[in-house]
Design a protein. Structure first.
Length: 401
């Protein structure tokens, strides 16, 4: 789409140049418009083979590289420790001569801001952060709506009433997603509880497996997670097919159905290419520059097409679990009696609608201590969700301080 738009712009420029040539007696040599080049660098916190967060970002990078091949060059660095971010930012600006640098981890935020000060003629975009500057914008493909939908399914499928979550780091992004998941569980199954085990790592398949198995030993029969590998899905598949203990799982960021065809119910998928496409085209056209990014904050959800429900693209729910979800009925104050399967798709439709007809963070919502955090009828604001540091009342774990 953007490539066609670019070609149209070039064609218009060429046509106007020809018209000008015809209107003057002086001979004019018409040259093909020069397409300026842009070099974009991507700094990843994990390996591109993690099959989670970093893998999804790299899919987006490859997409825009192909889409804008006439004028875009991309480079990247993977598995960059957060403490090393300044060194990589210097490398990409000074040695690689990048025009724009994308930093793709919350922990890269301060280093990105400092690089913006150090290199005022360059453009930077930081993913998942909240600090901006004249030449530093922020972006995020937000998943809390999908976590809520997965929570609806988790609440319907659990037999033990114990739901588990393997979590990377206790930062607002992860806390927000756990809360949304727990709110979905509670809507369908008010008596179910959600437990959380912290990894303190974005990518650690061994620790993710250990945490998943420990929760299963404690009676958990549903698992969601934030960790950049399919380890939790693989554990669920092993218990379901080899140990005779069905474990329902929900995948994270990348399509993981292949790792758990009998365990993965659904999940959340991301389309980083949608955001990268929009940002890079606006940089190319001059809409974004190194003086006007202070208020540029992408917060794209279902309605923008930045995220998708499913453990596989184009398949919102694993067909193996459709009948089980259709068999569980709940009573909604507006929709009346409805199956969880139909409720998932109704909520999906409502949240895709341009005005967002439903939001899971609508009060009344209480925290673990019984404190009213979101008043009846009020939706949590962007800033509240972006800085959330409390758990809803059906989560039994604590947030490490």
């Amino acid at each position: 789409m953007y490539r066609k738009r670019l070609l149209l712009i070039i064609a218009v420029i060429t046509a106007l140049t020809l018209l000008a040539a015809c209107a003057t007696p002086t001979p004019v040599v018409v040259e093909k418009p020069v397409i300026k080049k842009i070099k974009a660098a991507f700094i990843y916190v994990g390996p591109i083979g993690d099959y989670g967060w970093t893998h999804a970002h790299d899919v987006g990078r490859k997409y825009v590289q192909a889409e804008f091949k006439d004028w875009l060059e991309t480079v990247y660095a993977e598995s960059v420790p957060e403490a090393d971010a300044p060194r990589y930012l210097d490398r990409f600006v000074v040695e690689e001569k990048a025009d724009v640098v994308f930093t793709t981890s919350f922990g890269f935020m301060d280093a990105t801001i400092e690089a913006g000060k150090k290199y005022p003629d360059k453009i930077f975009f930081h993913c998942s952060g909240y600090k901006r500057a004249k030449n530093v914008g922020t972006y995020f493909a937000e998943l809390y709506q999908l976590y809520y939908l997965n929570g609806l399914m988790a609440g319907a499928l659990t037999k033990s009433g114990k739901v588990g979550y393997v979590a990377a780091h206790p930062i607002p992004e992860v806390v927000r997603h756990i809360n949304a998941f727990a709110l979905g569980v509670k809507e369908v199954n008010p008596n179910a509880k959600v437990d959380v085990r912290w990894l303190f790592s974005w990518y650690d398949p061994a620790k993710a497996r250990e945490a998943a198995e420990a929760m299963i030993a404690d009676g958990v029969d549903v698992l969601a997670f934030t960790e950049d590998s399919p380890a939790v899905i693989q554990v669920g598949e092993e218990y379901t097919t080899k140990k005779g203990k069905p474990i329902y799982t929900f995948s994270h960021y990348s399509p993981m159905l292949q790792y758990g065809p009998n365990s993965a119910v659904s999940g959340q998928l991301v389309h980083w290419e949608k955001i990268y496409e929009d940002i890079l085209m606006k940089i190319y056209l001059g809409v974004y520059n190194n003086q006007n990014l202070e208020n540029v904050d992408y917060w794209w959800l279902l309605k923008e097409g930045a995220v998708e429900l499913g453990a596989e693209f184009g398949k919102p729910i694993n067909p193996k679990f459709e009948d089980a979800l259709k068999a569980v009925k709940v009573k909604d104050p507006v929709l009346g009696e409805i199956s969880v399967y139909d409720l998932v798709f109704k909520r999906l439709e409502q949240m895709k609608e341009p005005t967002v007809l439903f939001d899971p963070f609508t009060g009344p919502i209480y925290d673990q201590d019984g404190k009213l955090r979101i008043e009846p009828g009020r939706r949590a604001s962007h800033d509240e969700l972006w800085t959330i540091d409390w758990f809803v009342d059906n989560i039994v774990a604590k947030i490490p301080k």
